[in-house]
Design a binder for this molecule. Structure first.
Ligand SMILES: Nc1ncnc2c1ncn2[C@@H]1O[C@H](COP(=O)(O)OP(=O)(O)OP(=O)(O)O)[C@@H](O)[C@H]1O
Length: 805
């Protein structure tokens, strides 16, 4: 059974009310002081747990048809359930009494979310858009529908059960959208906080920890460090709500499955700038409206809820702060004006200072249960709300007098950033041009413009950051009811910018095309150079190979030359030694007046052949059509033969001379001379015989004695097998041999040999290294000394002949 409402008679028969009876007038913002603190009641429908399946449910609350008054029935009897109670009341009408209250509006259990929003919340939201502060405060016992009224079930724009917060955000953005003027710029921000166990925290940035309340003359009361989130659509706000809800402290209690254990405040700030037009183009008007959507934690009777432990502590804190709220309301509504209002007794009252008797349009929404079991709390809430009705707020439009609004700051910052960006654009363009120039130069010099490109990158990065910052700031603004990127100015500017960019890119493309053609030409040129270089390289390789061959030849020749030099040196040394020795021997012989026409040919020590002597003969030989003066080394025997031959020649020469002299014989006056000449001839003949004799003796001495000995000593010296005393001893023996020879010669001492003109033997050939040449030896050159080559060639021939023999 429902209990209806009769304003004339508090105990009249209840009449049922249907939703169709609701007739709300359109609510418009008002500055009437009475209007600035409104109180509305909402009676929630009975919950399934409250309806006894056996007896049904009977409400103790009734609402007047004009939705201004509410009546709550108090049962004084002892019936324990609805059915018994109803029967008891029918039988004893005096067991009930009714409490009547009048409010700005009373919503019965059939009221819908849209009705609550349209008739109560909308006016507050519109006030905010005008630049007022507005607060919608949901108060009531736990489980009476505060969260349901404020938030609703789902956060999508079509859900009829969505609450005040989503609808308010829709309203705000609908309003902004309808402000078509390009001169109007809006900025909307949202915050979400909770007061849990007397601590304030940010539901959107819980990591910020406990926050403190501050107060500034212009700004009023605010929470320091509370995050503000720029929003551009209802969806943005809904997602913030969902985010905050996930953090908000809730718990399942006996009275409510999802009971809020904290007071939650969702704040929407709307900054609205109108740029002056017409006569005042520079004029700007900025207003800042703030909407507080407060969902209080429900008051609880611990006795009823049976809370213990943590829940009990939470309950105590909730009740404490709600009682502080009651005290503030009592102080504000006292008939005797009070100088002290105890706002600071709790975080809640401190935070709601502006909303309670300050610069704000406040609407308190008290929620009650229709259930008989909640009678006490419902009556208490109604009394509480009734008292609050008398609060008087003095709201005023928050104009940006001291230019401290965020929108203003954005405006200034954006202007600064745009200037900076223009400058940066110029710098980046200049640098780009410079870089391109340097890159071209560096390409030519094969060096990268590293430093410059680093600077360019950082400049570009800064430019990008600036653009991003401007974009971000712009993205928080809503101009002419649209997002910046949707405004005609933005679209026109964008189109112009795109045109400019297109133009720039077209000219850049042309440049690139030109560069490409140039690069291709350069490439072709490079290819040609490459081919040329390859050819040159091949030539170089061939030349190097030839040079290497030459080098090898030179090295070989050099080695040969060195060998020849060495032979030459050794030969010369040998020759010198032999010459010295011959000179010695010659001197010895000369001392004994013996003509010895020969010197021994030095033997090349590296030929292990019998000792040989150079001949006197200077006959030429012809080899391979080339004439040489052969150096046919003679053995001792051959040498003696040669000497004998020379002597015989001399003898015959002498005979020829004698016969020649006889042919010139004069008869008388030449007698003496002839006689002398005959004597001389006789003497010569005997001398000649003597010489022959001596020569044989000396030859034998030389062959068998002195020379042999001297050679042996010489070899010994060469082999270093002599010590000095040994050498002296050996030389002593040589001396003895020489003395022997001398004694032979001395035996004929009295014989004076005439000074005969004996032909001088030719000098021994000297080995003179000639330049290596392949040119044939000419006949004219045939009498020159033999070259080493020639000599070796000759020697080889000799050896060959000897071996063959
Ligand atoms: N007008 C209504 N129409 C339908 N259901 C409602 C209404 N009001 C409240 N409810 C339901 O009642 C229950 C409790 O509501 P809600 O959680 O909003 O209460 P509360 O006052 O916020 O509680 P608490 O203080 O414990 O957080 C929820 O299941 C909710 O859906």
């Amino acid at each position: 059974m429902n209990i209806g409402y009769d304003s004339r008679n508090s105990s009249s028969t209840p009449a049922s009310l249907s939703s169709s009876t609701y007739q709300f007038s359109t609510v418009t913002p008002s500055n009437d002081n009475r209007e600035n603190f409104k109180v509305v009641i909402r009676v929630r429908p009975p919950l399934s747990r409250e309806i006894d399946p056996m007896y049904g449910f009977s409400s103790i609350v009734s609402v007047s048809p004009d939705h201004k008054q509410i009546s709550i029935q108090e049962y004084l009897g002892a019936a324990s359930n609805d059915m018994e109670r109803e029967q008891d009341i029918q039988e004893n009408p005096g067991l009930v009494t009714y409490h009547h209250f009048t409010f700005d509006c009373v919503y019965d259990p059939d009221s819908t979310q849209v009705q609550v929003y349209e008739n109560t919340a909308r006016a507050a939201v519109l006030s905010v858009l005008e630049g007022y502060n507005a607060t919608l405060l949901a108060y009531g016992q736990t489980g009476t529908g505060k969260t349901y009224t404020m938030e609703g079930f789902k956060y999508n724009s079509t859900d009829p059960q969505r609450g005040i917060v989503p609808r308010a955000s829709e309203e705000i953005f609908k309003f902004i959208e309808s402000s078509q003027s390009a001169n109007a710029t809006f900025m909307v921000r949202a915050s979400y906080l909770q007061i849990y166990n007397e601590f304030i925290s940010d539901l959107l940035k819980p990591e910020r920890g406990i926050l403190q309340i501050r107060e500034e003359k212009r700004r009023g009361v605010f929470v320091e460090g509370l995050s503000e989130w720029a929003v551009r659509s209802p969806a943005d706000i809904c997602s913030l709500m969902q985010k905050g809800e996930a953090t908000r402290a809730t718990a399942s209690t006996k009275m409510n499955d999802v009971s809020s254990r904290s007071h939650a405040v969702f704040i929407i700030i709307v900054e609205h700038m109108v740029v002056g037009e017409g006569d005042f183009p520079e004029g700007q008007e900025i207003t800042v409206g703030k909407l507080n959507l407060v969902d209080l934690a429900g008051s609880e009777r611990v006795r009823v809820t049976g809370a213990t432990g943590k829940r009990l502590e939470e309950s105590k804190k909730i009740n404490q702060s709600l009682s502080a709220l009651g005290n503030v309301i009592a102080a504000l509504t006292d008939t005797k004006p009070r100088t002290h209002i105890p706002y600071r007794d709790s975080k809640l009252t401190r935070l709601l200072e502006d909303s309670l008797g300050g610069n704000c349009k406040t609407t308190m929404m008290a929620m009650i249960s229709p259930s008989e079991e909640a009678f006490g709390e419902s009556l208490s809430s109604l009394k509480f709300a009734n008292r609050a009705k008398n609060i008087r707020n003095i709201p005023k439009i928050n104009a940006d007098i001291d230019q401290k609004t965020l929108l203003r700051k954005y405006e200034i910052e954006l202007k600064k950033l745009r200037q900076e960006l223009d400058l940066k654009n110029k710098t980046v363009c200049d640098m780009q041009r410079m870089m391109e120039e340097e890159r071209r130069r560096a390409d030519r010099e094969s060096e990268g413009p590293d430093v410059r490109s680093q600077e360019y990158i950082s400049e570009k990065e800064e430019k990008r950051k600036l653009e991003e910052k401007i974009r971000l700031m712009n993205s928080q603004l809503l101009i002419g009811g649209k997002k910046l990127e949707e405004t005609p100015q933005f679209i026109t500017a964008l189109e112009e910018k795109q045109k400019a960019i297109r133009k720039e890119y077209e000219s850049k493309l042309q440049e690139i095309e030109k560069e490409r053609t140039q690069i291709e030409e350069d490439k072709a040129q490079i290819d040609r150079y490459k081919q040329l270089l390859l050819r040159q390289r091949d030539i170089m390789i061939a030349l190097t190979a030839r040079l290497n061959e030459r080098d090898e030849t030179i090295i070989q020749l050099q080695e040969e030359l060195d060998a020849y030099d060495r032979i030459h040196r050794e030969t010369e040394e040998n020759l010198e030694y032999k010459s010295n020795r011959c000179s010695q021997l010659e001197n010895i012989l000369r001392m004994h007046k013996i003509q010895i026409p020969a010197d021994e040919t030095p033997e090349l020590h590296y030929y292990k052949e019998p000792k040989r002597y150079p001949p006197y003969s200077t006959d030429t030989v012809t080899l391979d059509n080339e004439s040489f003066v052969p150096l046919q080394m003679l053995t001792a025997e051959e040498k003696i033969n040669e000497l004998t031959h020379i002597i015989e020649n001399q003898k015959s020469e002498l005979e020829r001379m004698i016969s020649s002299m006889n042919s010139y014989k004069q008869p008388v006056h030449n007698d003496g001379k002839v006689k002398d000449l005959q004597n001389t001839v006789t003497l010569l003949q005997s001398t000649n015989e003597k010489i022959i004799h001596e020569r044989q003796a000396v030859a034998s001495a030389l062959e068998n004695g002195v020379l042999g000995y001297l050679e042996a000593i010489y070899d010994g010296i060469q082999e270093n097998s002599y010590s000095l005393p040994q050498l002296l001893e050996e030389l002593e023996q040589v001396m003895q041999g020489i003395s022997q020879s001398l004694s032979i010669l001395n035996r004929n001492e009295s014989v004076r040999a005439p000074q005969l003109k004996i032909p001088k033997p030719p000098a021994a050939p000297v080995y003179v290294p000639a330049p290596i040449t392949n040119a044939p030896v000419s006949k004219q050159q045939s009498r020159r000394p033999l070259t080493v080559d020639e000599m070796l060639k000759l020697k080889r021939q000799e050896n060959k002949v000897r071996q063959e023999n």
